[in-house]
Design a protein around this ligand. Structure first.
Ligand code: FEO
Ligand code: CA
Ligand code: CA
Length: 684
């Protein structure tokens, strides 16, 4: 294919480490987001589609010409997949390095299933000790004081940061996305949670930092001075252009710069300067009594973020009025950010970055442009929401000196925030909602990054810069961003520089009153999701894109596996988190498999003859979702989130007995997987 546009430089300052969702999961994880109409009721899709299609037809040559200057040829606007297939990587009939393992078959077993020749260990479970003095976990005697020293609930993102040059000791950093009280507390009364249960749940949110040591039996947690729990009562600093805004002030924090805690931390990433970014996602569900708000602007803005109605699911407002928007309207504005944690400094104050905008951040992932500026990509995980990127003003400083770290940790404070608009290159009538490819053989096209704000300057008519950062969804509506099918993880591939985004599903695509299919979201009632590949100039305004995968049953004609022979791939449904191995293969976890089997972790080459050959590496126990993941040369780690979280199950009636077996109740946990012979993951 054509040469890549100016892009990333290989400057990792750290080594590269590289069953359908139950109703109870919907309820506790997302606040039943999918049971409501999507929050995005803006008309911009229809307007945007119209404009995009008119522009596509009238200005195809012009657009192609502009891109030709950038990427070296208008012909590259289509046929990306075909061009990729001619690359020799992985030739000679041998599997692509990193993916040479016998795929795990779809199953519904109550265990973690790994390929033949691989072993696994449970690294750490909910309730295991993190800090000195943590009591042994006791299901029947949980306290906030104990939980503050123990590993939190529902692990999602995992990152491994090196502590020694030999690769033996690492800091494991894990997000604890949400609590499922009915599965945590025996005898839980959802109408009358006790204060002890509520405060325990606050302590079970947040993040954990744990030293782990690599040995013959996998990864083993150790007590250390680095170990840390961050919870809903840990102080955070709000930074960036909206810090101190009136929109962020509360009676407890008249400065608008200090927030207690982080919540619903979904996915994340390790930055090149050795910190962790974590996305505050479904934060709406924790706030009560929006029905007391009468001001129409405030009400509209709450609703745009899914905050409506009376009491909250967890009833936290009974124990702290900050969860009651009728009492503290601005408290909800202080959640929904990208947070940054420095795991190497257990005394550091974690940061919320206002420059990256406020929405339901799945995550944010950073790459370094050729000129040294940093670029962070982020998805807003709700149906019909948007994809964003942030380009810093400052440039990264190499090295690990205190000065360089301080400098780099301020890079996300100033820059420009953009939102994506996608334009397809196939005729509208060929995007019929079935998922079958248009006549040019690809769902593909071009796109542009629309600026929203930079520092104190707003690019959105009618909104101040503070309003753009705090009500970013509204800003994106106004500029005609493209409504996507739930953007989850979005990460740059460190080998080929392209950016990959999991769009997990969207049952409402094409439903009455909702946006219909477009080339970037080509299926109506999209149950299985798709994976987007973006060829971006990190600091530029234009990009090319194509769909690498249109997920589902390979026998379904409305699926696509990068053009690879569909009789030879593993079925995959509802892609969620992504990672890359050192060969540049894409690893994908799934959440809510709609094909009747457990969720899993999959590897797929993105170049060469095996581009699109999806292979399942592991599956997780029943009711669980696969999160993380971490893929290194000789170890894979995943977070097993919400095992046994099936409808009708509870702490008193467990549906899973993983990981402890017998009649035990399930516990979310981190699992490490390695080759029995100690060899490289997926090597021939
Ligand atoms: Fe927490 Fe978007 O998954
Ligand atoms: Ca096309
Ligand atoms: Ca996720």
């Amino acid at each position: 294919m054509a040469p890549r546009p100016a892009g990333r430089i290989p400057l990792p300052l750290l080594p590269h480490f590289s069953a359908k969702r139950s109703l109870v999961t919907c309820r506790y994880r997302c606040g039943n987001q999918c049971a409501h109409e999507p929050s995005n009721t803006s008309s911009n899709t229809y307007f945007g589609d119209l404009v995009e299609r008119v522009l596509t037809r009238r200005g195809a040559l012009k657009a192609g010409g502009v891109l030709a200057l950038t990427v070296g040829g208008a012909a590259a606007l289509s046929g990306t997949a075909a061009a990729e297939r001619t690359r020799p990587t992985g030739g000679s009939g041998r599997p692509v390095p990193g993916t040479d393992f016998a795929p795990v078959a779809p199953n519904t077993e109550d265990r973690v299933v790994v390929p033949d020749g691989y072993r696994q260990n449970v690294v750490i479970r909910w309730g295991d000790p993190v800090l000195p003095g943590a009591p042994e976990f006791d299901f029947d005697d949980q306290t906030p004081e104990a939980q503050e020293k123990q590993f939190g609930y529902n692990n999602d993102f995992a990152g491994l940061l090196p502590l020694d040059p030999h690769g033996r000791k690492h800091l494991l950093v894990v997000n604890h996305e949400y609590t499922t009280e009915s599965h945590m507390f025996p005898g839980y009364d959802e109408e009358n949670p006790t204060e002890q249960q509520v405060r325990t749940a606050w302590a079970a949110h947040g993040l954990s930092v744990v030293l782990v040591e690599r040995g013959r039996d996998g990864l083993v947690p150790r007590m250390s001075g680095y170990n840390r729990r961050i919870t809903l009562t840990t102080e955070f600093e709000l930074r960036g252009p909206a810090a101190g805004s009136d929109l962020l002030k509360t009676s407890a924090d008249p400065t608008g710069t200090r927030v207690l805690g982080t919540q619903n931390n979904c996915s994340g990433s390790v930055t090149p300067w050795g910190t962790v970014l974590s996305g505050e996602e479904n934060v709406h569900q924790y706030f009560a009594n929006a029905d007391r708000i009468t001001d129409p602007v405030a009400k509209r803005r709450l609703e745009r973020y899914g905050i409506s109605g009376g009491p909250s699911e967890r009833k936290w407002e009974r124990f702290d009025s900050r969860w009651d928007v009728g009492e503290e309207l601005n408290e909800s504005n202080r959640f929904g950010w990208i947070v940054e944690i420095d795991p190497y400094d257990p005394n550091s104050t974690p940061v919320k970055h206002t420059a990256l905008g406020r929405f339901k951040h799945e995550s944010a992932s950073v790459t370094i442009a050729e000129d040294g500026r940093v670029v962070a990509y982020s998805g807003d995980d709700e149906r019909f929401e948007y994809i964003y990127k942030f380009v810093s003003n400052g440039k990264v400083k190499p090295g690990r000196s205190a000065h360089a770290r301080r400098h780099n940790m301020a890079l996300l404070d100033s820059g420009t925030l953009y939102v994506a608009r996608f334009t397809g290159n196939s005729p509208e009538e060929e995007i019929d909602g079935s998922g079958e490819l248009p006549s040019d053989g690809a769902f593909d096209g071009t796109g542009e990054w629309i600026p929203l704000a930079s520092g104190n300057r707003s690019f959105v008519p009618g909104m101040s810069a503070d309003e753009v950062y705090v009500f970013t969804r509204e800003a994106a509506d106004r500029v005609g961003a493209t409504k996507m099918d739930r953007p989850e993880d979005i990460e740059p591939n460190p080998v080929n520089g392209r950016v990959y985004c999991a769009l997990t599903n969207n049952s409402n695509r094409g439903a009455a009153g909702n946006a219909g299919p477009d080339e970037a979201n080509p299926r109506v009632h999209n149950k299985h999701g798709h994976v987007l590949e973006i060829d971006d100039d990190p600091t530029g305004r234009e990009f090319r894109w194509n769909l690498l995968l249109v997920c589902g049953d390979p026998q379904d004609p409305g699926t696509y596996f990068g053009g690879f022979d569909k009789s030879q791939v593993s079925p995959i449904s509802c892609p969620d988190n992504v990672a890359f191995d050192r060969h540049g293969n894409l690893w994908i976890t799934t959440d809510g498999n709609e094909l009747g089997s457990n969720d899993g972790l999959f590897a797929v080459p993105v170049t060469g003859p095996e581009r699109g050959k999806v292979k399942q590496f592991l599956t997780v126990p029943i009711g669980a979702e696969t999160c993380g993941p971490v893929v290194t040369d000789d170890l894979v780690a995943v977070c097993v989130q919400h095992p046994g979280e099936l409808d009708g199950a509870s702490a008193d009636n467990p549906a899973s007995h993983w990981p402890d077996g017998g009649s035990s109740r399930p516990r979310p946990a981190v699992v490490a997987v390695w080759r029995e012979d100690g060899g490289e993951i997926g090597a021939s």
